[in-house]
Write a protein that binds this ligand. Sequence first.
Ligand code: SF4
Ligand code: SF4
Length: 155
Amino acid sequence: MKLPWRRVRDWRCCACGKCCLAYTPKLTYYEYLKLPKRFVTEKRGRYYIRKLGRRCPFQIDNLCIIQSEKPLSCKLFPFSVHRRGDELALFEYDGEEHYVYVDPFCPNITLGHPSKAFVEKIIQALKMVTGKESDFSILTCHSLYFRNSSGGLIP
Ligand code: SF4
Ligand code: SF4
C-alpha cells in the first residue's frame, strides 16, 4: 500500500534498478510515439514500454540508458500524484491541491517527519507533473550524471 507523503522522512535513489525490474512503465502518447516501435506496446488505449521478460530494454546493468528520454512515470517513481486521496497525502502547490503518495517498494525510503529536502523533491515532482519543469536531477541518482565545469549536473 502506498504511503502518504507525510509519513516519509526522505528518499534518495541509489540506482539499485529494482523498480525497473518490478514495474512496466506507463507512457504518455507522446512518449509512445517518440520511442522506437519495437520497445513499446499499446493495450486497450494505454501505452507501455515493452519489457523483455522482466527487463526493460533500456536498462543496462542497473542503469537507465535513456536519461534524456526517460518516461515521466519513471522520472516520478517512487512518487505518484492523484486528484483525490487522504488528508495526509494532501500537498498544496502553486494554488492547487495534489495528493502525493510514495511507493514503499523502493528500499531507500525512510519513514518519519518529512525533511525539507524531501519536500523539495515533491515540489520537483509536481513541477514535472504539471509541465512547469522537465528537470528531474534531484529525483534521480547523481551517479547517472556527469558534472560540467561549473559543477552543474548534465545527463
Ligand atoms: S527509485 Fe528506489 S527502487 Fe528505483 S532505482 Fe532508485 S533506489 Fe532503486
Ligand atoms: S525507461 Fe529507464 S527508468 Fe524506466 S524502467 Fe526502463 S530503464 Fe528503468
